[in-house]
Structures are given as C-alpha cells and as structure tokens.
Design a protein around this ligand. Structure first.
Ligand code: ATP
Ligand code: MG
Length: 583
C-alpha cells in the first residue's frame, strides 16, 4: 500500500473531528512504549553494571544504586500510567468516532428511503450500520495510531542506539523496520482477499438469519427451515474457512516478528561482544542495547494483524460509501416555509414507472381534488391506487406531469411543509416494537393521554385497548406482531387522527374489518375530517354515497368518475362492481 486508498479518505476526514481525543491516546501509547523499552534496557544495564561492579570491592563501594533504581521505578510507573491513559483516551476516541460514523451514515440513509433503500435487503443494511461501521475502528485504533507510534519510536530508537554504536543502530532498526513495514505489507496483501470476502460473508449471514427469524412461521408451515438452516450453515462454514486463513496468517506474521526480534538480538550481541572484547564498549551497555532491541519489537507487534484486516476495513468502507454516495431519488428544496391556505390537490397528466425500463404504472392521470372534498379511489388490484398515494407523499416523483397542492408543484415544497399537509395511513402500516402509546406518539410527540384515547375511539380501538393488561403501556410485540392486522391498521388511523393534517390519504384502512366496525370507523373518520380532504383507496364499496366523487382506476388511469348516484344511474363498470359486491 503506497498511498491511502480513496475509499478510506472520507473516513480519515471524519476522524479529524476527534483529534483532541485521538492525540492524547497516541501520545499515551508512545510514552508507554518508550517506558517499556526504557524499563527493560535500564534494568538490564543496572543488573549487569551491578554485577561488574561487584567484581572489585572499590568499584562496588563507588557504584551508585540510587539513580538507576529511581529510573527503573519511574519507567515502571510511567509505563503503567501511560498505558492506562492510552486505553482510556483511545477507546473513548474510538467509541465517539463510531458514534459519529453511525449518525453520519444514518443521515445519509434517511433521504434514500424508500425508493433507493428498496434495493437493499434489511439484513444487509443492518450489517452495514453495525458490522461495517464497527470494522472502521481498525482504522484509528489499530492502523493509524500504532503506525504513527511505531514510526516516531523507530526514529527515536535509531538516534538512541546510534549514540552508542552506528552498526548496531543500523542493524537493529533495519530489522525493526523490516518487521514493521515488510511483514505488515505482506500481511495486508495476503489477508486482503479473505478480509474483503469476510465483510460480504458477514452480511450474507446476517441477512439470512434476519430473514429466517422474520419469516419463521412461514418456514415452519412450508417446512422451509431445513433449506434456510442449510444455507446458514453453508455461509457459516465459509466464514470459518476465512477466519482460519486469517488466523494462520496472523500466526505466520507473529512468527516472522519473533524471528526478526531474535535475529536482531543475536546480531546485536554478535557485534557487541566483539566491541566489548576490543574494549570499545562497556559490557553493561551491551546488555542495555540487547534488551532494548528485544523490547523495541513491541512497537511493531500490533501492525501486521492490523494491516492484515485492512482489506476488510477497506471493503467495509466501500460498502458504507455505496450507500452514502447514492443519490437520493427525491430531494427537497431548502426553501422558506410558506403557509398553504387552500390545499387543493391537482394531478396534471401524471406519468409514472418504478424503473426506467419498467411498465407505466400511471399514465396521463389528471384530476382536481378541491380542498375539503371526499374522494374514493377504486379499481382492481395493481391499478395504481397506492402508487398515486406514494407520489402525493413524494416517496417517488412522477416521470412526467406534475402534482400540485395549493397551486404549487409539490417539488417546490420543503420537506416539513409537505409532510405537514398530509396524514397518511399506508396500505401496510409499520408498527414499532413499543407500547401502544409510543406507537401513537410517533404522530404527535406531545399528545396527551386524553388526545390518544380520543384518537383510539375514532379508530374504534378504545374498547380493545381497555382490555389490554397495561392499557396504553402494553407492548405490542416486534413490528406489532402481538396485535391483529386490522388492529394495526386502526392504530395507523389513530396516528392520522392525532396528526390531523389537512389532507388525509387513507390506503385501504378498513381492510380486514367486519362490516359493522368498518362502517362505524368510517363515520367517525368522517366526523374527524370535517372540512378536510379525504382520499380513500378501497376495494370495499361501503358508504360510497357519502363520498363527493368516486374515481375508478384501471391500468394507471381514470376510466370512470362521478358521484355514487351518477355512476349507478347507468350501465357503468362501477355499477356492475357495486352490484357484484351487493353492499
Ligand atoms: P392493490 O389494490 O392491490 O393495493 P394498487 O392499485 O394499490 O393495488 P399499486 O400498489 O399502486 O396497486 O401497484 C401498481 C403496480 O405497480 C403493480 O403492478 C405493482 O406490481 C407495481 N409496483 C408497486 N410497487 C412497486 C415497486 N416498489 N417497484 C416496482 N413495481 C411496483
Ligand atoms: Mg394498494
């Protein structure tokens, strides 16, 4: 690796925000290393010098035990304190880096929902936000900081040895550099493929596990769990294979480091013994240098494994950037808030397809919905009702034509303004794994309990919530699994009631309800939406005579339009549908 890879640059730029926490960690690591080497070197010198001094009574009497023993204690204390400081600061920095990486990543994910995110599986996204971001801790904690420490230490150590003997300095630091640079680069090269592969295997494993847990009931019913389990085992064995390769490589680089450190020690002794014999060097100094050289390899000890996993870090970085660099399908202008006094909705020759080469889902769709009117959207499954609603909420934009609210293209609204126009009950509302209250407060954070109870009453859920063991504080299960589909839909209606925006978009809110409950709920909604616009997509032609206009859709366009009376007056498709359903 001769330069910093492009995919790591955005992360290194993000790291810079945390330099105040990173620098003390790195300084702590450096001081701990210097102290460890100093401790061993000084102790070696002290013991040997004391032994040499003991050879003659005069030398023993003059030997100064005081300063070296203070030095040994100082180094021991500094090593412990600096190591502690290094751990505290570097881990604090790392966790803060991960935290800011997660929020940075989340900020980029948000605008991609739902259009772009649909292309990713939820297990894969989860893996990116957890594992791939975790893998980025390698960058500062294991690569940047130790490399910087090793580099600075190498220079200092060279100067230190050079002061005693040039040849020993060149030999020892040469081997140290070989161990730090060549072994690390070789580890990076040989671990790159497995590391990259591991990032993908982790993602595949998580996706498979998340999907099998989410679809556990279907797997049991269709006896599909064997297939899923076999797939999980297959991916897991791939992961184990790669982990084995990585462990073998880690063992190999550790062997190389031990070899280099042993070789350095032998060479230093070989050169030094000669010097001692010729009287050019004191024996105790030789002991100092030999032990210092052996301890110095601690500086490069963490590097090969860190570089070995750099491939994984780079792959994780690439996977994160794939999301971060994706252009959102929808962008909102940062315009000033403008009040909308009369949010009439106008569709002007709207054309839409989900993918550039896909079929047209809406074509030439035009209609005007005055503020305060009640519109029913009906039509066979797949005729484009939900799509139309998604376009209003700007989850997607039309390919051609435009949608206006209050005479302004919805693309001109900032996000807050647009969201404050609509209360949406989607066809498949999402319930969060929280309590009834938490799920409702999503729509209005400051709603009081009496507001919540009123909204539940409108959605015909009050009786049900009263039967729950903890009332509003009852946990409704992961994704609302502990309540029925119809109850979840009514909770979504209660959310809309709490939000109470001027234009209501209701996508089959009564699906799965019995006729009585449906009628009752629709009447309550009618009362709650007096003077507001209601656009209701439905297959059930209940109370259609209470709607101001009915739009019958087919193939993404309006084929019939009028009031219930108008449409049932003649031989229309609507009349035939109505007769068939006999409601
Ligand atoms: P239903 O009554 O069953 O709810 P609908 O009228 O609401 O049907 P839409 O959900 O709008 O129908 O779907 C219209 C067409 O668009 C269908 O053919 C559907 O397969 C397609 N479609 C819907 N969502 C997507 C998507 N995210 N990507 C690609 N095609 C889609
Ligand atoms: Mg639909």
């Amino acid at each position: 690796m001769d330069r910093i890879p492009d995919e790591l640059m955005p992360f290194i730029r993000l790291l810079r925000q945390h330099w105040r926490r990173m620098v003390p960690g790195t300084i702590g690591g450096f001081v701990a290393l210097v102290s460890a080497v100093g401790l061993l070197a000084l102790s070696g010198w002290f013991i040997s010098a004391a032994a040499f001094a003991g050879l003659s009574a005069a030398a023993a009497a003059n030997f100064n035990f005081f300063f070296p023993s203070i030095g040994v204690r100082l180094f021991a204390f500094a090593r412990t304190a600096a190591r502690y400081g290094e751990r505290v600061f570097s881990h604090d920095a790392t966790f803060r880096i991960l935290e800011s990486l997660r929020s940075w990543f989340y900020r980029h994910i948000e605008p991609l929902a739902p259009a772009r995110l649909m292309r990713f599986r939820s297990g894969d996204l989860l893996n990116r936000i957890v594992e791939d971001i975790d893998a980025m801790d390698n960058l500062y904690l294991r690569v940047l900081s130790p490399t910087l420490i090793a580099g600075c230490f190498g220079l200092l150590f060279f100067g230190f040895l050079w002061a005693f003997d040039g040849l020993i300095a060149v030999t020892a630091v040469g081997l140290l550099a070989f161990a730090g640079v060549a072994v690390s680069l070789a580890a990076e090269r040989s671990g790159g493929r497995s590391g990259r592969h591991m990032a993908h295997i982790h993602s595949a494993l998580r996706t498979q596990i998340v999907e099998s847990l989410q679809g556990m009931s279907e797997l049991l019913v269709y006896d599909g769990q064997k297939h899923y389990l076999a797939e999980i085992c297959r991916i897991d064995s791939q992961l184990i294979r790669e982990q084995k390769t990585m462990s073998r490589l880690a063992g190999l680089s550790s062997a190389w480091l031990t070899l280099c450190s042993g070789l350095a020690m032998v060479l230093v002794l070989y050169i030094g013994v000669d010097r001692v014999h010729s009287g050019d060097m004191n024996g105790a100094i030789l002991a100092l240098m030999a032990l210092a050289v052996s301890a110095a390899f601690e500086a490069v000890l963490p590097l090969p494994v860190a570089f070995q996993y750099l491939g994984r870090t780079r792959e994780s970085a690439r996977r994160l950037l794939e999301i971060v660099d994706a252009a959102p399908e929808i962008t909102f202008p940062e315009t000033e808030s403008t009040p909308v006094y009369c949010p009439d909705v106008a569709f002007e020759a709207v054309e839409f397809r989900y993918t550039a080469d896909g079929p047209a889902v809406l074509s030439g769709f035009s209609t005007f919905i005055p503020y305060g009117s009640r519109i029913a959207l009906i039509g066979q499954t797949g005729s484009g009702k939900s799509t139309l609603m998604n376009l209003m909420a700007r989850f997607w934009d039309p390919v051609q034509g435009r949608i206006c609210i209050g005479n302004r293209d919805i693309r001109e609204y900032n996000e807050t303004d647009l969201r404050s126009l609509f209360s949406v009950v989607p066809q498949q509302p999402h319930m969060f794994g929280g309590t009834v209250r938490e799920n409702l407060r999503l729509a209005s954070g400051d709603a009081s309990d009496s507001d919540i109870l009123e909204a539940l009453d409108t959605a015909r859920l009050l009786e049900f919530v009263r039967t729950l063991p903890d009332g509003l504080d009852t946990w409704i299960g992961e994704a609302g699994k502990m309540i029925s589909g119809g109850q979840a839909r009514r909770l979504a209606v209660a959310r809309a009631v709490l939000q109470g925006n001027p234009v209501w978009i209701l996508d089959e809110p009564t699906e799965g309800l019995d006729l009585d409950t449906e009628r009752h709920m629709m009447r309550r909604i009618e009362a709650a939406t007096q003077g507001k616009t209601v656009i209701l997509a439905t297959h059930r032609l209940v109370d259609m005579d209470r709607m101001d206009r009915i739009l019958l859709m087919e193939g993404g366009t309006i084929v019939e339009e009028g009031t219930h009376e108008e449409l049932t007056a003649g031989p229309t498709r609507y009349a035939a549908m109505h007769d068939r359903l006999r409601i």
